[in-house]
Structures are given as structure tokens and as C-alpha cells.
Write a protein that binds this ligand. Structure first.
Ligand SMILES: *[C@@H]1O[C@H](CO)[C@@H](O)[C@H](O)[C@H]1NC(C)=O
Ligand SMILES: *[C@@H]1O[C@H](CO)[C@@H](O)[C@H](O)[C@H]1NC(C)=O
Ligand SMILES: *[C@@H]1O[C@H](CO)[C@@H](O)[C@H](O)[C@H]1NC(C)=O
Ligand SMILES: *[C@@H]1O[C@H](CO)[C@@H](O)[C@H](O)[C@H]1NC(C)=O
Ligand SMILES: *[C@@H]1O[C@H](CO)[C@@H](O)[C@H](O)[C@H]1NC(C)=O
Ligand SMILES: *[C@@H]1O[C@H](CO)[C@@H](O)[C@H](O)[C@H]1NC(C)=O
Ligand SMILES: *[C@@H]1O[C@H](CO)[C@@H](O)[C@H](O)[C@H]1NC(C)=O
Ligand SMILES: [Cu+2]
Length: 601
């Protein structure tokens, strides 16, 4: 009887994985998504990557997470605003205690928004271990859609394509676990996590070791002098070699001998597996939800010979924009439509690293359904030899002046949600992003937030009176707001030493990205800056997103302003979504609406 019951409950938990309420059974198993050396990774319901969670806007969503792994975990629904459900945000130490091995936790939240989201582990660097999967919230009938602006005569075809939208989950992969990666950083004293082994699309990929001639051809010009001076070249994986990384902090204690050779200097090509997106037969349009769930890399994305209509960003509809290529940063979602008006064939979907520290790329395929018999040749019957023409180079740049990249500063949310009456701003938080003493220690505002210590705050911040928060008075690591106020978040990056682009993710509700620029931020309020540089601001129809890309600061400092209204009291995280930066401390705690704190305080 007991055995029958156990089997039955097992059956139910797996069977329910595709319908709300969802069960996510997390296990720690050996695997090799790119055909490289096997390592332990996180599977969800026995699969990698995690299953698609598909729900309707307005539904209550339940995710029962079973931790069948040998370490603590939590799961965060990325971009979900968690209105009135701050305890379901999945950040250990802030909104819950860890889910310990053998334990479970039920996340329950209302799908107020529509569009493309994803879930991922928020403990330590478990994103590196593959704990992620897509969320799709189907819009309610009442939502106004922007499709007539793409092709007024084909609105129903475009709507059909959207109904059949499929996830295109982009990630990156290392042959070391997240714990091994962190241990190597601490032991060596440098950020070794910059060197990945492969790029994955929907969990599929292969190890591609570039010929030396291509590594040389595409070595970023800015690195050539320092490489020459040290008598070095990019590593066989296309990575900036450790001595160059160490050069940023000459006074730090460095032990390069503690870096195992396979982290930078061993590359073995694999066949792996490759993703093919097969368009439905006779479809005129195809919709994809591109989800950037990678730990570290940023990418250029394009589809050979096919312009891309971007119709949503971070789940939110936008005024559609027609481009040839996009840049993707950690946590980004873009929903795109592609017109299938070329001859039946295979077309390359290109993803190339635009992270300065590594040259690496991958290819997936777009296949028109009636492409049989194959017009294209196969190598060993595993993947087609492409004859289509790429729009981007192996380093992610345009192949010609005609190639148009998405300009994210020109995105306008649709319909425009920005308030008609200029909000009066209650607080301006000015942050200064950077590294602190080591290449692997980072801060959002001068002081690193010790992520490892924060995760085990007990009771979690949400369950404590705000006045008792241990960090409330620390302005470098904590933002404290009153409910129903407007906040300007000013992110500034210095170029000494140079800063990479930082994709900042805000938990809970989205913010308007109202301005960005190059040069020193030298104002105390955004109004002063806007008066001095009106051309750098949009307070009419700005992007409305849960991720804000602070531009890289190379030759000059940079800044970005995100404006939001506090509507959802709770303890939330604001952090860089590059996992090694978060792990190194690039985060702040946001105590939103302390005057209306949930619970009996
Ligand atoms: C796991 O979580 C529990 C409960 O929050 C905590 O007491 C313990 O220290 C955590 N273990 C680690 C290794 O963080
Ligand atoms: C390194 O240490 C020396 C001597 O203490 C100091 O003069 C120098 O400014 C330091 N350099 C950096 C980059 O911190
Ligand atoms: C496939 O490749 C072979 C050998 O390179 C070539 O002879 C043949 O024409 C190719 N077929 C097609 C359909 O391109
Ligand atoms: C098939 O794969 C093997 C091993 O990767 C390789 O040596 C061989 O050249 C491939 N054959 C063709 C026709 O590409
Ligand atoms: C960075 O180094 C300075 C000088 O040694 C020290 O005062 C400071 O505490 C260090 N900061 C961190 C976060 O380690
Ligand atoms: C900042 O602005 C003030 C007032 O406009 C000006 O006096 C000062 O020189 C500026 N500082 C920098 C570093 O640009
Ligand atoms: C916080 O403010 C928002 C916006 O005015 C309001 O909708 C919400 O009900 C408030 N929350 C609480 C708990 O008072
Ligand atoms: Cu960052």
C-alpha cells in the first residue's frame, strides 16, 4: 500500500509539471549538455533545461519546489512583480529561508502581467549549474497588441504566430560546477569565471575551439598592446589570459598557479547537440521568446537573411522595431517575429559573445517546415552545412553598414504606461558601480553586499520589523523607501579601471529607463541633469523594463537612470545579473514601503 502510494505521488508530481499548479523537482545529476566532460548539474523534473511553465494572465500560479539536491536552494520567478506576494520572490535571507535538502517550498503568485519571463535558482551561483526554465504568460483578451504596426493586413496571422510562440533560452556553460568556479577564484585571487566552455540554446550546444587565425583576427584591439607587452595571446578558449586579468589590481594577492589548466588552456571540440527551430508547415510568421538566462556572457543575436521584428521587451509589448540583430544581456527577454518568406532551407541563428573577455560563438538553426528533401548537406548526418549569409561576424559586429542593431534606448513601451503628469521625485539614489580590491569582488555602491552572509539572515528581512533590519542604516548596501513614492535610481560607472556593461535587475515592479549617457554624473537630482542634457532623457515614452543595462565605461564614465514608483512593500534585491558580479557583492537590498510593511509590525 505504501509503495503504491509512493508511486502514485511520484506519477502525479511528474504529470503535473506541465500544468498549473506546477511541481519542480530539483535533482543533482551528472550530465554533459555540450558533449564535453560530464559534471554534476541541476535537472528539473529529470530534464535540462527546466520545463516551460505556461499560464494565463490573471491566474494564480503555484510552483511547488522539491529540493532533492545535497545543498540549499531557492527559486526566483524573474521579472514577476509579486504584487502583494513578496514572500514568493525566492531570495534567501530576504523573502524566505533556504529550502534545505529534502525539504520543499510552495511559491504562490498572481500572473498580473503577460509575456515572457523565466525562473531560476537564486541561491549562491546555482544558475551556473543549469537551474533555469522559461515562463510564458498568455495575455488576456483585453490586452492591446501592437501587431497592426508590423503588418496591418496580417494581424490574425501575427496573432496566430504569437499563440504558438516558443522559448529560445540562451545560456552559457562551464565544465566546472559553480562551487568549483568560486573556489578557483578565491584560490587564485582573480575572476576566472570569465572563461566559458560553450553557449547553449534550449540546453543544447557543442564545444567549438576556434582556429588560432580567427582568435588573432578578432582579438579586441584594446587588448593587443597589453597582450604584446606580456608576450601572450588569447587562450585556446578565446579568453583573456589570467595575467592580463590580474593586471587590474597589481596589489592584490594573486596565485595564478592555483588555476587548473582546463579553466583557460584546454579546449576539446565536441559534436554536442544543436537546436533546430522548425517552423510550422505553411506558417507565414514565426514568434520566439528569446530569454537570456546565461550566467556571464552577453551575445549578439541574428538570423541569417531574416529581419527581426521585436514586439516585446522583458515581457512588455513595445512599439515594434525592425532590426537585423540584437545585443542580449543577462536577464533580458525579447519577443520577436520573423517573416518566413525565403526559400525552404536551413538558416543560421547566430549567437556570438560580445563580452570583451572571451571570443566564443554558437549556431542554432531555423528550418522551414517544407524543407524536405533537405536542400542542405549534413556532416555525419548531425547538422546541416549552412549556405545562408550571416549579418554578424564571429565577434558579434555587423558584417556591413546596412546591418541594423536594436537600439534599446529607443524602445517605447506599448501602450505607453509612463504617467502623463510628471511625477514628483521623493528620493534620488546615486550608486557608483565597480570592483573592490580584486577582480572578483564587486559593488553596486562602493561596498560589496556579502551575498554569502545575506543568504542566511535569519529571520529573513521580510519577517522582521524594518526598524530592526541589521542593514537599514547602511546607505551603500540598502535602499529604504516609503510606499507610493517615486524613486530615481542613478547608476554610475567609472572608467578607472574600465567597467564592463552591467545588466542591473530589479526585483518586484518594473522601472522606466528615462536617461543614460557618457561622462561624469555631476548632479544631485535627475531634474538638474535633464536640464543640462535634455537630449539624454526621455520622460515621454521611455522603455519600461525589469533590467537596465548600465553602459560599459571604457574611455569615459557612464550613467543610467531608472525611475520607479513604490507600489509593493517588501524586501527585494537590486543586483547585477552577471552571476559572478552578484556573487562578488554587486547588489543592494531594497526595503520598499517600510511604512506599509507586510505583517504585524
Ligand atoms: C542552509 O539553510 C539553512 C536554513 O536557512 C541554514 O541554517 C544553513 O546554514 C544553510 N547552509 C548553508 C551551507 O548555507
Ligand atoms: C599599490 O600599492 C602601492 C604601495 O602601497 C601604492 O602606492 C599604489 O597606489 C597601489 N596601487 C593600486 C592600484 O592600488
Ligand atoms: C553535398 O556535398 C557534396 C560533397 O561536398 C556535393 O557533391 C553535393 O553537391 C552536395 N549536395 C547539395 C545538395 O548541396
Ligand atoms: C565525421 O566525424 C568524424 C569525427 O568527428 C570526422 O573525423 C569526419 O571528418 C566527419 N565526416 C565528415 C564527412 O564530415
Ligand atoms: C579594500 O582595501 C582597502 C585598503 O586595503 C581596505 O581598507 C578595504 O577594507 C578593502 N575593501 C574590501 C571590501 O575588502
Ligand atoms: C560639477 O558641476 C559644478 C557646478 O556646475 C562645477 O563647478 C564643477 O566643475 C563640476 N565638476 C566636474 C568634475 O565636472
Ligand atoms: C502601496 O501603494 C500602492 C500605490 O498607491 C497601493 O496600490 C498599495 O495598496 C499600497 N500598499 C499598501 C500595503 O498599502
Ligand atoms: Cu555586473
Amino acid at each position: 500500500m505504501a509503495i503504491i502510494f509512493a508511486l502514485l505521488s511520484l506519477y502525479i508530481s511528474y504529470a503535473s509539471a506541465s500544468a498549473n499548479p506546477f511541481t519542480l523537482d530539483l535533482t543533482w545529476e551528472s550530465g554533459s549538455p555540450d558533449g564535453g566532460p560530464a559534471r554534476d548539474l541541476i535537472k528539473i523534473n529529470g530534464q535540462f533545461t527546466g520545463p516551460l511553465l505556461e499560464v494565463n494572465q490573471g491566474e494564480w500560479v503555484e510552483m511547488l519546489v522539491l529540493n532533492n539536491m545535497p545543498f540549499n536552494t531557492t527559486v526566483h520567478a524573474h521579472g514577476i512583480d509579486q504584487i502583494n506576494t513578496p514572500w514568493a520572490d525566492g531570495v534567501p535571507g530576504l523573502s524566505q529561508r533556504h529550502i534545505q535538502p529534502g525539504e520543499s517550498y510552495t511559491y504562490k503568485w498572481k500572473a498580473e502581467q503577460y509575456g515572457s519571463y523565466f525562473y531560476h535558482a537564486h541561491s549562491q551561483s546555482q544558475i551556473d549549474d543549469g537551474c533555469y526554465g522559461p515562463i510564458l504568460i498568455k495575455p488576456a483578451d483585453t490586452v492591446t497588441k501592437p501587431f497592426s504596426k508590423i503588418s496591418p493586413d496580417e494581424v490574425s496571422l501575427l496573432e496566430d504566430a504569437e499563440v504558438n510562440v516558443r522559448p529560445f533560452l540562451v545560456s552559457d556553460w562551464r565544465h566546472t560546477t559553480s562551487q568549483e568556479t568560486w573556489d578557483i577564484e578565491v584560490a587564485s585571487g582573480i575572476e576566472t569565471s570569465i572563461c566559458m566552455d560553450s553557449i547553449l540554446v534550449n540546453g543544447k550546444g557543442y564545444d567549438d575551439c576556434w582556429p588560432r587565425a580567427q582568435l588573432t583576427e578578432f582579438t579586441p584591439a584594446g587588448f593587443v598592446p597589453v597582450l604584446q607587452q606580456l608576450g601572450l595571446e588569447l587562450s585556446v578558449k578565446g579568453c583573456l589570459p589570467p595575467p592580463v586579468i590580474a593586471g587590474s589590481f597589481p596589489n592584490a594577492t594573486i596565485h595564478l598557479e592555483n588555476i587548473p589548466p582546463e579553466v583557460f588552456d584546454v579546449c576539446t571540440p565536441t559534436t554536442g547537440s544543436r537546436e533546430t527551430i522548425k517552423a510550422p508547415k505553411d506558417a507565414k510568421w514565426l514568434a520566439l521568446d528569446i530569454i537570456h538566462s546565461a550566467s556571464l556572457l552577453a551575445f549578439a543575436f541574428s538570423i541569417d537573411e531574416h529581419p527581426i521584428w521585436v514586439y516585446a521587451a522583458d515581457g512588455q509589448y513595445i512599439e515594434p522595431m525592425k532590426v537585423d540583430a540584437l545585443q542580449l544581456f543577462n536577464g533580458d527577454r525579447y519577443s520577436i517575429l520573423i517573416e518566413l518568406n525565403k526559400p525552404a532551407d536551413y538558416y543560421g541563428i547566430r549567437l556570438t559573445s560580445i563580452a570583451a573577455a572571451q571570443l566564443i560563438d554558437t549556431i542554432a538553426y531555423l528550418e522551414y517546415n517544407d524543407c524536405t528533401p533537405y536542400a542542405t548537406n549534413y556532416t555525419n548526418d548531425t547538422y546541416p552545412i549552412l549556405t545562408s549569409t550571416p549579418s554578424i561576424t564571429r565577434a558579434g559586429g555587423p558584417v556591413s553598414e546596412d546591418v541594423v542593431f536594436l537600439d534599446t534606448s529607443k524602445i517605447s513601451a506599448f501602450p505607453n504606461p509612463y504617467p502623463q503628469d510628471t511625477p514628483s521625485i521623493d528620493q534620488t539614489i546615486i550608486m557608483s558601480l565597480g570592483m573592490v580590491n580584486h577582480t572578483y569582488i564587486w559593488s553596486l555602491s562602493k561596498t560589496p553586499l556579502n551575498n554569502h552572509a545575506i543568504e542566511n539572515i535569519d529571520p529573513p528581512l521580510l519577517y522582521t520589523a524594518p526598524s530592526a533590519h541589521p542593514h537599514q542604516t547602511d546607505a551603500d548596501t540598502t535602499i529604504t523607501t516609503q510606499n507610493n513614492t517615486w524613486i530615481d535610481l542613478v547608476f554610475t560607472s567609472s572608467n578607472t579601471p574600465p567597467q564592463p556593461p552591467h545588466p542591473i535587475h530589479k526585483h518586484s515592479n518594473k522601472a522606466f529607463i528615462i536617461g543614460q549617457g557618457t561622462g561624469l554624473w555631476n548632479w544631485t537630482t535627475v531634474a538638474e541633469a535633464q536640464a543640462a542634457l535634455p537630449q539624454n532623457f526621455n520622460t515621454v515614452d521611455p522603455p519600461y523594463r525589469d533590467g537596465f543595462l548600465v553602459p560599459g565605461a571604457d574611455v569615459a564614465p557612464t550613467w543610467l537612470v531608472a525611475r520607479y514608483r513604490v507600489v509593493n512593500p517588501g524586501a527585494f534585491l537590486l543586483h547585477c545579473h552577471i552571476q559572478s558580479h552578484l556573487n562578488g557583492g554587486m547588489a543592494m537590498v531594497v526595503l520598499d514601503g517600510v511604512d506599509e510593511w507586510p505583517g504585524a509590525y
